[in-house]
Design a protein around this ligand. Structure first.
Ligand code: FAD
Ligand code: NAP
Ligand code: SF4
Length: 676
């Protein structure tokens, strides 16, 4: 019988010779777990948790078929099979209905190897060097490596393989004119540029036989100036179908493209319509992805006929039980991926093992064990920001009696400010999740209650956890008490009036967010696909090459003139998220925000903000100066409690305010909650 709320998600689907129990795939995502010493154990635990959580199929992180394909996990020799076999056995033992496919990924010209290879020596914008051009023998060696890798995947017990032909990796650089400048049979005409992809698929199919699932990941809209034209995408999809692929997965980026495609400022399911167009051209199942983070969005995409399957990658980090919660009508208990990239993609690109900002257990399933406590304690938690919320709900889940206090009238702490920034609307989901967890785990929530050390001591708690957050740093600049100097807190909450000409002191995460808020005009692009398309120069309707060629971005601004300032001489915004900072910088630059580094603050007066810029005096004749100069830990309560001998713990911003972010706050809270 069809599921009453999500009939499309829970309709089984035949893919090749395999029946999938539902339409949600855990999409391919690099975790870094393949490279740790106990890889088999940790990967198995990570995948099994998602299998038990209800996914229909898993696509592993990319595995390279050849040493030139990247420094990460490789499968090119029999000796590398056992680690994979342990994983597939664990997955199949957990649920024989769930399929697991291995992604074969050769990074080509952007591989982190000494001598990357490609069709032509064209350097990617994000690579350190140009690739070495493959000769005919080299091309044959790479195709044979794909086939060999697929054969070993079969040996390892996978149900199928996914060949990635997008994102600027090896196969995609053969497809696109600007990276394939060959004039032999592998370049020039479209038929020749397509040959490498088709030959790889043909040889992989021979290697795995007819029974295993074969998926090809195609760049349906690569967001690249001079990228693939729509007729090329269609032609490739048809050729792949003719070669016997069982499904086509649509992808929407090259890593070097300058359009955000998965960050939180991207509207939910923004690219699914492109998959929908391609679905009309072929008859094999189509998989769509990108910013589909909740079951309702997935259901709508499937119901519209935009895709046959929905791939969710990061949402499976955030909540391994997402599918079961949808099935059991517990959607309000889903810990939603907020698209921040802070603990997943940013970790991948800085060589760290992946995790998740909202779920610190992700990829640490063997280390962080949330098991019932043997000794239930009475615990007071002071502060219902991300740190206090994570601690309180996990400790209560374990069976402790938790009382959670906050001085304000709502849970969330600084997340209540973050959620007001255009493009950060997803932060609401985290507050909804914690609000529900407070109910589910019976946390005794006391809002509008500023607690003191005396009150806590009098109540006789076994443990007190102090998560009182931060206080904004106050500055010693002449004229800091002038009426035009205001705090970011008052600006975001609407208490301060902001003039037409503004200086922002401090260009950290909050300085950037405040600049976004005060220059923004109209509806947030994250909530409207047409505004998003306009801001980033995407033409979804006419689909020029790459979806972007020749389309000028048009960013609306409310006309304020803004100076974003820092003392450091480094590029303004350098410290922002590795995979998202560039997008914030570009947006503000397009709104005309002046970003100044090497600034010394001299005084604030009626004339404006007096600075020295690299030693030279300058007056910024602004009418508002917003202070975003970092934060200090709010530790008075902790210090007072320590003096009494009360068993007390300190977490989140109150523990460490410099470079603190919610990722660190939630991680620290989680680690404490499982041992207290
Ligand atoms: P807080 O969130 O500061 O919460 C502390 C709580 O304690 C408050 O609710 C306060 O009312 C309460 N409290 C204090 N004293 C008492 C008392 N005596 N009694 C009762 N209650 C008390 N981080 C990211 O990782 N990514 C982002 O994109 C991001 N964006 C941000 C955007 C903005 C505009 C802001 C302001 C912050 C942003 N942050 C972001 C930072 C993030 O919100 C903080 O790192 C996080 O909130 C710290 O959590 P916390 O629980 O330690 O403290
Ligand atoms: P921050 O990132 O540490 O930035 C503080 C800024 O203030 C810096 O530009 C710093 O640069 C400046 N500053 C520090 N001391 C100063 C002083 N005495 N006088 C003048 N300027 C001073 O802190 P934040 O912007 O307040 O953010 C707080 C936390 O929230 C951070 O951990 C941040 O990561 C997190 N957050 C993250 C995001 C995100 O998108 N990931 C968004 C918002 C906030 P100079 O020292 O060079 O002047
Ligand atoms: Fe999603 Fe952020 Fe978690 Fe990555 S770190 S999975 S983007 S919530």
């Amino acid at each position: 019988m069809a599921h009453s709320k999500y009939p499309h998600i829970f309709a089984p689907l035949q893919v090749g010779h395999h029946l999938l129990k539902n339409r949600i795939i855990m999409g391919s995502m690099h975790s870094g777990l393949e490279d740790v010493p106990n890889a088999a154990e940790r990967l198995s635990a990570y995948f099994v948790e998602r299998v038990r959580g209800g996914v229909g199929m898993i696509i592993t992180g990319g595995i390279t078929p050849h040493a030139s394909g990247g420094k990460g996990a490789k499968l090119s020799e029999l000796s590398e099979v056992p680690m994979h076999r342990a994983v597939t056995d664990a997955v199949h033992a957990a649920d024989p209905q769930v399929k697991i496919c291995m992604q074969i990924l050769h990074s080509g010209s952007i591989a982190n190897v000494d001598e990357p290879v490609g069709p032509s020596p064209v350097q990617s914008r994000i690579a350190r060097q140009a690739p070495v051009e493959l000769d005919a023998d080299g091309i044959e060696e790479q195709i044979a490596a794909f086939a060999n890798c697929a054969a070993l995947a079969k040996e390892a017990g996978y149900d199928g393989v996914e060949v990635i032909g997008s994102a600027g990796y090896l196969i995609s650089t053969f497809l696109v004119e600007k990276t394939n400048q060959r004039n032999d049979e592998w370049g020039g005409s479209w038929e020749n540029r397509m040959r490498f992809a088709i030959e790889v698929v043909r040889r992989v199919r021979i290697a795995i036989g007819p029974d295993m699932i074969l998926i090809f990941r195609i760049a349906a809209m690569d967001m690249l100036q001079g990228g693939l034209a729509w007729d090329e995408v269609v032609s490739l999809a048809k050729a792949l179908e003719a070669e016997g692929v069982d499904a086509i997965s649509t992808h929407f980026c090259w890593h070097e493209s300058q359009v955000p495609t998965i960050a939180t400022m991207v509207p939910r399911a923004a690219f699914a319509g492109v998959t929908g167009r391609l679905r009309k051209e072929v008859s094999v199942p189509l998989i769509t992805s990108n910013r589909i983070n909740m079951p309702d969005i997935a259901e709508a995409v499937l119901a519209r006929g935009d895709a046959d399957l929905v791939s969710m990658a990061r949402p499976m980090l955030a909540d391994p039980e997402l599918v079961n919660k949808a099935f059991e009508d517990r959607v309000n208990e889903i810990n939603t991926c907020i698209g921040c990239n802070q603990a997943c993609l940013d970790h991948t690109f800085t060589g760290q093992t992946v995790s998740c900002l909202v779920n610190a257990r992700a990829c640490r399933e063997t280390e962080i064990d949330i098991r019932p406590t043997k000794t239930a304690k009475r615990i007071a938690v002071v502060g219902a920001g991300p740190a206090g919320l994570a601690f309180a709900t996990i400790a209560a889940e374990r069976g402790h009696h938790v009382t959670l206090f906050d001085a304000s009238s709502a849970i969330g702490g600084q997340f209540n400010l973050a959620r007001k920034i255009p493009g950060k609307e997803e932060f609401d989901e985290t507050l909804r999740y914690f609000g529900r967890m407070i109910e589910v785990h019976n946390v005794d929530l006391r809002l509008n209650t500023r607690v003191t050390a005396d009150a806590l001591i009098a109540a006789g708690y076994d443990e007190v956890v102090v998560a009182t957050g931060i206080t904004p740093r106050s500055l010693k600049i002449d004229g800091i008490d002038h009426a035009k100097a205001v705090s970011y807190f008052d600006v975001i909450t609407g208490k301060a009036v902001v003039g037409q000409k503004v200086a922002i002191i401090g260009a950290g995460g909050i300085g950037f967010d405040v600049a976004e808020l005060i220059t923004h005009a109209g509806v947030s692009a994250a909530l409207d696909i047409n505004i998003f398309a306009k801001e980033w120069g995407i033409d979804f309707e006419n689909h020029p090459r790459g979806g972007v060629t020749g389309v000028e971005p048009v960013v609306a601004s409310n006309g304020r003139e803004v100076f974003l300032l820092q003392r450091k001489a480094s590029t303004v915004g350098k410290g922002l998220g590795k995979t998202t900072g560039w997008a914030h910088r570009i947006t503000l630059q397009r709104r005309g925000v002046h970003m100044l580094a090497g600034v010394e603050y001299v005084a604030i007066d009626d004339a404006g903000l007096h600075i020295r810029l690299n030693g030279t005096p300058r007056l910024l004749d602004v009418d508002t100066v917003i202070i975003c100069a970092g934060q200090e830990p709010a530790r008075q309560l902790y210090d007072a409690l320590l003096a009494t001998g009360q068993s007390t713990h300190l977490i989140g911003g109150a523990y460490e305010a410099s470079e603190l972010d919610a990722k660190r706050a939630i991680k620290q809270a989680t680690e404490l909650a499982v041992v207290v």
